[in-house]
Ligand binder design. Structure first.
Ligand SMILES: Nc1ncnc2c1ncn2[C@@H]1O[C@H](COP(=O)(O)OP(=O)(O)OP(=O)(O)O)[C@@H](O)[C@H]1O
Length: 242
């Protein structure tokens, strides 16, 4: 579970400051895809960056598994991010020289043990995740040999390698056509339901709302609405949400 509790974030703007996030309170629950939508400049990406502990709020708390990430030292926030948070960006941000399998392996081994048994465990998890995102047959391909949708699926699998509690996804379909976008959204919903991640997903495109369990609307940095959606992708937790 992740909770932003009365969070405010401002940025310098000439001699004054612009308020990007204005006393926002929202919760992403385990096994639930919470969409965050709103007009351009409303604060969606800022909310995601706060949830990712990439920036600190001016005030308020960012609770991840009960711990206030906003109060941690920079080092502690980095390890919390590494261990508990998976992030998928608009562009897949894959390393051009690595195969799909290697992208996941590098993430799985980051800061971990070099013992043979530990590495074998990572390999097993990588194979399981590549299978879960339907890419086993493409495991040895590099990003340039994959379609946009396949690259986003690799990025999604990579974000899940360390079994994060929280999955943060920023406009995952913006570089995709409608059909592959829908497939990526469906996959995010399925993996969220199966693996119990608390998923926050920023989208301006409500054509994909069937993949969302809840929708938070943000305008001018403020939450103006929270609604259960009429999503059609079933999951174990979903029935309890709607
Ligand atoms: N690094 C920054 N420095 C100064 N102002 C910023 C910075 N990042 C965001 N802002 C301002 O904060 C507000 C919220 O921006 P944010 O990017 O979070 O909105 P958004 O809803 O994600 O927009 P979009 O849909 O266009 O990506 C805007 O007024 C923006 O100009």
């Amino acid at each position: 579970m992740i909770t932003l509790d009365d969070v405010t974030l401002t940025f310098p703007d000439g001699s004054s400051r612009v308020t990007a996030v204005d006393h926002v309170t929202l919760t992403g629950r385990a096994g639930v895809v919470t969409g965050i939508t709103g007009p351009s400049g409303s604060g969606k990406s800022s909310i995601l960056a706060l949830a990712a502990t990439l920036i600190r709020p001016d005030s308020g708390r960012v609770l991840i598994g009960g711990e206030d990430a906003a109060a941690l030292s920079a080092d502690a926030a980095t390890s919390l991010r590494r261990e508990r948070i998976g992030i998928v960006f608009q562009q897949s941000n894959l390393l051009a020289s690595l195969t799909a399998r290697e992208q996941l392996q590098v993430m799985g081994e980051l800061g971990g043990s070099h013992r043979k048994a530990a590495r074998a465990q990572v390999r097993e998890r990588v194979d399981e995740l590549l299978d879960a995102v339907g890419l086993s047959a493409h495991a040895d391909k590099r990003p340039a040999q994959l379609s946009g949708g396949q690259r986003q699926r690799v990025a999604l699998a990579r974000a899940l390698v360390r079994s994060p509690q929280v999955l943060l996804v920023d406009e995952p379909t913006s570089a995709l056509d409608q059909e592959s976008g829908a497939a990526v959204m469906e996959l995010i919903a399925r993996l969220t339901h199966e693996r119990g991640t608390a998923t926050l997903l920023v989208t301006h495109d409500l054509v994909h709302s069937p993949a969302l369990d809840e929708l938070v609307t943000v305008v001018d940095g403020r939450v103006t609405g929270v609604a259960a959606t009429t999503g059609t992708i079933d999951g174990p937790v979903k029935s309890a949400v709607v």
